[in-house]
Design a protein around this ligand. Structure first.
Ligand SMILES: [Zn+2]
Ligand SMILES: [Zn+2]
Length: 53
């Protein structure tokens, strides 16, 4: 089992409405929780450092 964590706030992905997508630069999986998605918090890829909305 893997506990997903939000890439932006590092919080647990417990809430529904969270989203996952591949990093545009390196393809690693990025996860964002509902709250961060709603507020359009920018993410930073933990692997390559890519920043995106
Ligand atoms: Zn979050
Ligand atoms: Zn990346």
């Amino acid at each position: 089992m893997s506990q997903e964590k939000c890439t932006s706030c590092n919080g647990p992905m417990a809430e529904q409405g969270s989203t996952e997508f591949g990093c545009p630069a390196c393809g690693v999986r990025i996860s964002r929780c509902y709250r961060c998605r709603e507020q359009s918090v920018e993410f930073v890829c933990p692997t390559c450092g890519f920043r995106g909305p």
